[in-house]
Design a protein around this ligand. Structure first.
Ligand SMILES: CCCCC[C@H]1O[C@@H](O)C[C@@H]1SC[C@H](NC(=O)CC[C@H](N)C(=O)O)C(=O)NCC(=O)O
Length: 221
């Protein structure tokens, strides 16, 4: 079967979680990077952008948009969505919280330089008190290796992505969370994740000013 094809900017944004989940599932994918406004306009004209937005993923003969819908489809397709309705619900709860944190971080990078530092400090504080503390307790309460059903799932992928992104803002953020430290080591050691963490993989670096400028230019905001 043809490999999934991802249409997005050459950066993390909303597409990075989709890259992570595909990589975790061991699924190879191609990328088309939007560098010019014309590319975005062509996708729109061709009717591929349901609400006029990207991420866009071409797979299984479909043109898919809406990040959360795509992630859910991938999790179900690659058996990373729990064994029953209750486990899927728990995964959804954990993932929605983690995506809120990731979105906060990603949007903060679009702030002005003076706002950015203050914003990042606030985000690190919220990450620790509202998110990481909760996941530390979940691991403590059930004493298992994975967040849900003692089996590797989408929830674990989102959390490792979030941990690494928060550590980019504050390297010592896990100092009060021994179970999350062990979780990070364990999940990073899973062969598909380990490969994605190697240099040269399709994982994107933190956004720089050029990325922000290109996104603003293409989307004209
Ligand atoms: C996670 C946040 C990453 C920051 C960068 C993104 O946020 C946006 O500022 C731009 C990009 S994403 C690009 C943006 N896409 C979305 O907002 C998608 C939202 C949708 N609910 C989804 O989850 O896929 C876009 O196409 N906008 C065109 C426009 O609406 O006319």
């Amino acid at each position: 079967a043809a490999k999934p094809k991802l249409y997005y900017f050459r950066g993390r944004g909303r597409m990075e979680s989709i890259r992570w989940l595909l990589a975790a599932a061991g699924v190879e994918f191609e990328e088309e990077f939007l560098e010019k406004r014309e590319q975005y306009e062509k996708l729109e004209k061709d009717g591929h952008l349901l609400f006029g937005q990207v991420p866009l993923v071409e797979m299984d003969g479909m043109m898919l948009t809406q990040t959360r819908a795509i992630l859910s489809y991938l999790a179900a397709k690659y058996n990373l969505y729990g064994k029953d309705l209750k486990e899927r619900l728990r995964i959804d709860m954990y993932v929605d919280g983690t995506l809120d944190l990731l979105t906060m971080i990603a949007q903060a990078r679009f702030k002005s330089p003076e706002e950015k530092e203050e914003n990042f400090a606030l985000i690190v504080k919220k990450a620790k008190t509202r998110y990481l503390q909760v996941f530390e307790k979940i691991l403590k309460d059930h004493g298992e290796d994975f967040l849900v059903g003692n089996k590797f799932s989408w929830a674990d992928v989102q959390l490792i992505e979030a941990i690494l992104m928060v550590e980019e803002l504050s390297a010592s953020v896990l100092s009060d969370f021994p179970l999350l430290k062990a979780f990070k080591t364990r999940i990073s050691d899973i062969s598909t994740i380990k490969k994605f963490l190697q240099p040269g993989s399709q994982r994107k670096p933190p956004p720089d000013q050029h990325y922000v400028d290109v996104v603003r230019h293409i989307l004209q905001f």
